[in-house]
Design a protein around this ligand. Structure first.
Ligand code: NAD
Length: 475
């Protein structure tokens, strides 16, 4: 398998200006996969300038041409889906089934936005006074800085690359340091699909913050699209304010999952497993706080913990394993600390609660007796730990579900009418009713409150990379 471990600037793979590199680690066994080039400030500026130079021609490229390049990228990724998945398994640690699921989801953004590229909307209407024609066109917003996290190294990038390319923008992709190889592979795919030099650039600066701030301050950069933690998102919003850069933010979550009295427990257990264990729990959409009605609590816990205990844990390179590694030993230790804190605060470990001796694995875990507002309930766990709060009163459960600064996604299981009623009351950008997954390239993904600004995917996703222009013509 060919791995790309250099920067990609103006259509050239290149080492960083000072020829330094960082290790990319396989978290399943701690081995070094490769050393990736570190971008200097000069490299970052060169990437911005390449994107600036290539912008006029790419913006003027016919939508059909842009569309077909995106469709070709989708076709290449489809043909190479196992390579795509294996790179993610190696650098991120996820299980094979999670990697294949992500590869499938990630490549769909190229197909979806290939279709959206040729459907960019505009308007034409007469002013109320009849004195002019109001023409509203949409044009690409310009050079865009795309920053992505490690947990979904492919999908979080394609959810930005595809609409930006479809809109006619040029861009700099800055992946997470833990997972640059998935991004560099996708850049190679885009090059093979026919994306011209300079349109997409890849940099991995160290340190990150000051170099990102320099790129944001460059007058050519007009768009920031960030996926990552709320803490970093807040800092980036402050930096973006200095030059009034348009910012789209996909930030952290703390998803509640509510099982109402009368819920179908088969559905709740099956959906809950997907909502919790997809991507080993390292998902912004991961169900973080389980609120289970007392009438079904014991049965739910029994069935859920049986499913968790039956999971096979180990390297994703063995396709039979259900749960892979966390991305690093430090992420694993963070999860272990949250569990021991919860136990010290009175929670009971029903299953799991142990770290592996080797590799960054953590056992599938279920805790009961967790208190609303405790550290594990208020913190994004980002690991395979199910923390259960028992409730008696539905209104109180809804209040507790909304008692957070986050509002990305919520899950409700119950009789449909009651579940829909609760869904409408939840302060959340997305709500899953009687199911465990909502993500779909055709649906608007994004959060309320401090979980984000803007939406990705769907018809909204491309609008984040377009700017409206009103032209007045005398009638
Ligand atoms: P993170 O915020 O630590 O890092 C995200 C990206 O920002 C990485 O590329 C990182 O290198 C970069 N970064 C870090 N510090 C920076 C700085 N000072 N300036 C500029 N860039 C900086 O997040 P993470 O640990 O990689 O990912 C996990 C987080 O991402 C979780 O909070 C999760 O909920 C969130 N997430 C959200 C979504 C969503 O769609 N809402 C999707 C996936 C992950």
């Amino acid at each position: 398998m060919q791995l790309f471990s250099d920067l990609y600037i103006d259509g050239q793979w290149q080492a960083g200006g000072d020829n330094t590199r960082f290790d990319v680690i396989n978290p399943a066994d701690g081995s070094v996969i490769t050393e990736f080039a570190i971008a200097t400030e000069a490299d970052c500026m060169a990437a911005v300038e390449a994107a600036e130079r290539s912008f006029p021609a790419w913006a003027a490229t016919a939508p059909r041409v842009r569309s077909e390049i995106l469709r070709t990228a989708y076709d290449i990724l489809t043909a190479e889906v196992e390579t795509f998945a294996e790179i993610m398994v190696r650098e991120n640690g996820k299980s094979w089934s999670d990697a294949m699921a992500e590869a499938g989801y990630a490549k769909e953004f190229f197909r979806w936005f290939a279709e959206e590229a040729v459907r960019i909307p505009g308007e034409y209407r007469l002013s109320p006074a009849g004195d002019k024609h109001i023409i509203v066109t949409r044009q690409p917003i310009g050079v865009s800085l795309l920053i992505t996290p490690w947990n979904f190294p492919a999908a979080m990038a394609t959810r930005k690359l595809a609409p930006a390319l479809a809109a006619g923008c040029t861009m700099i992709l800055k992946p997470a340091r833990e997972t640059p190889l998935t991004s560099s592979y996708m850049i190679d795919v885009l090059e093979r699909a026919g994306v011209p030099a300079g349109v997409v650039n890849l940099v991995t600066p160290v340190p990150t913050g000051p170099n990102v701030a320099k790129m944001l301050a460059h007058p050519a950069v007009t768009k920031l699209s960030f996926t990552g933690s709320t803490e970093v998102g807040r800092e980036l919003l402050k930096t973006a304010a200095d030059t009034v850069v348009s910012a789209s933010m996909e930030l952290g979550g703390n998803a509640p999952l509510i099982v109402l009295p009368g819920a179908n427990l088969d559905l709740a257990v099956e959906g809950g497993m997907l909502a919790k264990m997809r991507n080993g729990g390292s998902a912004c959409t991961s169900a973080n706080r389980f609120y289970i009605h007392s009438s079904v609590h014991d049965e739910f816990v029994k069935r859920f913990s049986a499913k968790l205990s039956a999971m096979k844990v180990g390297s994703g390179l063995d396709h039979d394993n259900d749960l892979g590694a966390l991305v690093s030993l430090s992420e694993r230790d963070k999860v272990a600390d949250l569990v021991s804190g919860a136990v010290a605060a009175g929670a009971t470990v029903v299953t799991g609660g142990t770290s592996s001796e080797q590799g960054a694995f953590y056992a599938p875990t279920l805790l009961t007796g967790v208190k609303h507002g405790s550290a594990i309930n208020a913190t994004e766990i980002f690991g395979p730990v199910t923390a259960v709060v028992k409730f008696d009163d539905v209104d109180e459960a809804v209040r507790q579900a909304n008692d957070t600064i986050y509002g990305l996604i919520a899950y409700v299981f119950g009789e449909e009418r009651e579940a829909m009623n609760v869904a409408h009351r939840l302060q959340s950008g997305m709500v899953a009713v009687n199911r465990g997954v909502v993500s779909d390239p055709a649906a608007p993904f994004g959060g309320m409150k401090q979980s984000g600004l803007g939406r990705e995917g769907s018809t909204e996703g491309i609008l984040e990379f377009l700017e409206e222009k009103y032209i007045a013509v005398s009638a």
